[in-house]
Design a protein around this ligand. Structure first.
Ligand SMILES: [Zn+2]
Length: 269
């Protein structure tokens, strides 16, 4: 099997996870910028984090033969402090030329607050000005539908953004149709406790088809399973999916979306 992990917070993981992922057929991992589990106290904390995502972590992954890419932003969970967010958004362009940076993400909303909306708009404007792709985090549970609608309003209001260069992640049954109908890509996050279980994700694929969709494990510092993409592929096989159809979802689809960024290249062979 071959697969791409398009959303994994590898700075939270140990080297055993890298070994397991490569052994399972992982062809590359992409790491969106995330909340650290605590609020960073200044823009310098983000400077260090962006260095980690663009320098140290790709080197660590390379030790296991795994190409590592990343996305940069200030996460919605830290977007209440608009002044800090402005400083971070001003810092990001210094890193955008680094060879493993794919775009702006994961941006979006957490509690759907006014300040989060302001910071989301700043990021969308930055992506438009710098011609960057966008990866969007949608809120949890009861906030998800409202948050997804608000995010759409912001992205669609900016005529410079092409929907096919935007992926809306953490979709569920009640948000996926809206995402796909709007021309965006959709990501399904396979968590053991919240978001989508593998079984639910496959039900959704069987209901909505597999165009413009990817699966990810999000594997972060919380309860999560770094191998949930290949585990889900095995479950798809058990449910009668062909090897080719599984490959499309877990490899070809993320490859197609990510290849819109010229810097995204996998080693041949
Ligand atoms: Zn994430």
């Amino acid at each position: 099997m071959r697969y791409i992990e398009p959303h994994g917070h590898m700075v939270s993981r140990v080297t055993d996870d890298y070994i397991d992922m490569v052994t399972a057929g992982c062809a590359c991992v992409c790491e969106p910028a995330f909340w650290a589990g605590y609020d960073r106290s200044s823009v310098n904390g983000f400077y260090d984090y962006f260095c980690q995502l663009t320098d140290y972590e790709p080197k660590r992954a390379a030790r296991f033969g795994l190409p590592h890419f990343c996305w940069l932003c200030i996460n919605p969970k830290e977007s209440e402090d608009v002044k800090l967010a402005e400083e971070v958004v001003a810092l990001i362009p210094k890193f955008l030329d680094r060879p493993n940076v794919l775009g702006i993400g994961e941006i979006g909303l957490n509690k759907n607050s006014r300040n989060e909306m302001k910071v989301l708009e700043m990021h969308v404007d930055l992506a438009a000005r710098q011609n960057q792709m966008i990866l969007v985090h949608t809120p949890h549970l009861e906030d998800k539908l409202k948050g997804t609608r608000l995010i759409f309003d912001v992205i669609k209001a900016d005529q410079r953004i092409q929907p096919e260069r935007v992926i809306i992640d953490h979709v569920e049954e009640h948000t996926i149709k809206r995402v796909l109908d709007s021309g965006f890509w959709a990501g399904m996050t396979l968590y053991p406790e919240s978001k989508c279980s593998p079984a639910r994700a496959i039900d959704i694929l069987e209901n909505y088809g597999s165009e413009r969709l990817w699966l990810n494990s999000a594997c972060d510092w919380g309860v999560s399973i770094p191998l949930n993409v290949p585990y889900t592929a095995l479950e798809m096989k058990r449910r009668g999916w062909s090897a080719e159809d599984i490959d499309k979802v877990v490899y070809q689809n993320p490859l197609k979306f990510l290849s819109q960024c010229k810097k995204f290249k996998l080693p041949k062979g």
